[in-house]
Design a protein around this ligand. Structure first.
Ligand code: ATP
Ligand code: MG
Length: 580
């Protein structure tokens, strides 16, 4: 496998700007931040923002803060704070400092009084609905509030009483006094504080007014001395307000730079939508391995290194776009190919009996240990001993009684290689009274031990197997896309619940080579010819559970080589190619 883009761009519009700032002496040390709101779990989109902010700081010898943007207690929770910290670390990043927006509430409030005293903010008695209704449109200016010209001292008094808890939720707001006819609607006297008599996970009941995003974010950045405040494109229209607040308070103003959100086919990257899936019981929880949450991806066996490599590869752009899921899977496979230990597993077993295999005094087939390489891509991975015997299990679809021309695997009279074992030739089949196949009968060639014939004769297929008496049971989850449409949020009027894939999880009972019994939660393997699998923390049906991270098929890269668009949309659930 080759990297689709070995030369990741050495520069992009963000790095170019940072470099220019450093060279011109406008910035001494780069300081960035990742500012999640603790109202949900992080997802693959956040991985892009995290990778960008942390990598940029590192590349330029700067610092990156983790800031919990906890300004709205309504939907926030300590549970999310803890998960965010763990997930950022799982990705492999460590913050230089951790801050909480709530710790700046006193300072932010003091600045609100500054704006009131300057005549640049006023208390409005209108309801949220009235304010929304008088904001105007893109073609119509807004209507000034009757409270807009309230004198400063009266505003200051009301603001203090708002803070002291004299008013009910929604009774008053503090608004910036900017321009009700401004072409940018965000500048039409935006709300700065609203009243919310809510308990905050960090500040308790100290506050009953909470700042809006725009009235907190730039100030937090300023306090922390952020030099480059990187955020997604939807904040572009908020930048004039970000700048206005800093400039009018008279504090240091960081530069906000926007980049495109990460969108990936078949994935929802909105906390709100993910919440609907979780709360509606459509998935098992935030760590459901079919979700693009970092928890889900991790549980599924996606290596954090692959996720970061993917985020770096897609880079930063100024236009939103959607990436093919095949590209993401390429990075997952690429890492796992290099690092995952190979093992053998049979997911739809049929017996294979070797009639000329030696039997012991007890009449049972003798057991021989064969040597199997752990990872052909990694010479240091070594080898292991796998028990081989005269009674094996192979995949049902590696055998056909009446094969078509292009089927090269096991069939009556046909010789194939059992991986790491011997050449076997099919001599017949056993069937039950109803005519169902119960066993494939074979003879083996003792001279082919290790998988090569001394006379140099070739076979067209190599198939995997497990020893019947040694194999352990497993519950194996074959995971597919959660949605049937590549753009679940956009298709079908955005009702993504209608697009849930009923076959997104197929549970089978498999048989694994015995060494897999020692796997612990999070261990990743390649089940030869089947895909990459991860040992789940939970068991299923009294057996260890394994989740398929990704199949082996690489439709994305093949399509790139052919110059076409990838057709395959993911795991097929079938064992690999016909030639084995
Ligand atoms: P959501 O829409 O999923 O709730 P959000 O933007 O509200 O996301 P925050 O916790 O506020 O979530 O986001 C923290 C940071 O992550 C922000 O800087 C935001 O721009 C960035 N971010 C969120 N979603 C994406 C995405 N899909 N791609 C890139 N960055 C993202
Ligand atoms: Mg947000």
């Amino acid at each position: 496998m080759t990297d689709p883009n070995p030369q990741a761009p050495a520069s992009d519009f963000i790095r170019d700007r940072i470099r220019a700032d450093l060279e011109a002496g406008r910035v001494q040390q780069v300081v960035t931040r990742f500012p999640p709101e603790p109202n949900g779990y992080l997802h693959i989109g956040h991985a892009k923002a995290i990778t960008l902010s942390f990598s940029v700081a590192k590349e330029f010898g700067g610092r990156c803060n983790l800031r919990l943007d906890d300004t709205n207690p309504a939907a926030e929770d300590q549970e999310y704070v803890d998960a965010i910290k763990a997930d950022v670390r799982w990705l492999g990043f460590e913050w230089d400092a951790i801050y909480y927006a709530a710790d700046y509430f006193e300072q932010i409030y003091a600045w609100a009084e500054v704006l009131v005293q300057k005549g640049l903010a006023y208390v409005d008695d209108q309801t949220a609905e009235q304010i929304a209704a008088t904001r105007g449109t893109l073609t119509q200016p807004g209507t000034p509030s009757p409270c807009r010209d309230r004198p400063s001292p009266a505003n200051l008094d009301l603001l203090r009483r708002m803070k002291a808890g004299e008013f009910a939720d929604g009774e008053k707001v503090l608004r910036a006094k900017i321009d009700m006819a401004h072409p940018n609607l965000n500048m039409r006297d935006p709300v700065m504080y609203r009243i919310r008599h809510l308990h905050h996970q960090r500040t308790g009941d100290a506050w009953c007014i909470y700042p809006m995003y725009d009235w907190a974010h730039g100030q937090c950045d300023s306090i922390e001395g952020i030099t480059h405040s990187l955020c997604t494109l939807e904040f572009e229209h908020h930048r004039p307000l970000y700048d206005w607040f800093c400039d009018n308070i008279g504090i240091y103003r960081p530069q906000q730079i926007e980049f495109a959100r990460l969108n990936v086919e078949y994935m929802l990257t909105s906390k709100r939508k993910l919440l609907l899936l979780v709360e509606g019981g459509h998935v098992d929880g935030w760590d459901d391995p079919r979700l693009p949450t970092l928890r889900g991806l991790r549980r599924r066996g996606v290596p954090p290194q692959a996720l970061v490599a993917f985020c770096k590869h897609v880079g930063v752009a100024k236009f939103n776009s959607t990436h093919e899921i095949g590209l993401f899977e390429y990075f997952v496979r690429d890492w796992l190919n290099k690092h995952a230990a190979r093992r053998m597993a049979v997911l739809d077993p049929i017996q294979l009996v070797i009639d000329n295999w030696p039997r012991g005094a007890d009449g049972q087939p003798i057991v021989e240990m064969v040597e199997a390489q752990n990872n052909p891509e990694d010479p240091t991975a070594g080898a292991r001993q796998v028990p081989f015997s005269g009674e094996l299990l192979i995949e049902r679809d590696d055998f056909m009684e009446a094969p078509p021309k292009d089927f090269f695997r096991l069939a009556p009279g046909r010789e194939v290689r059992l991986r790491y074992g011997y050449f076997v030739t099919c001599t017949g089949v056993d069937k039950d009274a109803a005519g169902n196949l119960v066993a494939v009968r074979c003879s083996y060639d003792p001279a082919t031990k290790g998988g090569n014939a001394p006379d140099g004769r070739k076979v067209k297929a190599t198939i995997h197997w497990v020893s019947k008496v040694h194999a352990i049971d497993a519950e194996v989850h074959l995971l597919e896309h959660l949605f049937t449409a590549a753009d679940p949020a956009g298709a079908d009027g955005g009702d993504f619940l209608k697009l849930l894939n009923p076959n997104s999880r197929r549970v089978v009972r498999g048989k694994l080579e015995p060494s897999l019994g020692a796997a612990t939660a999070g261990d990743r393997f390649q089940f030869e010819r089947l895909g990459y699998f991860c040992r789940d923390a939970a068991d299923g049906q009294g057996a260890p559970r394994f989740l398929r991270t990704v199949s082996l098929k690489d439709s994305w890269q093949k399509a790139q080589q052919k110059g076409g668009a990838p057709k395959g949309t993911g795991p097929t659930g079938k064992p690999a190619g016909k030639k084995g």
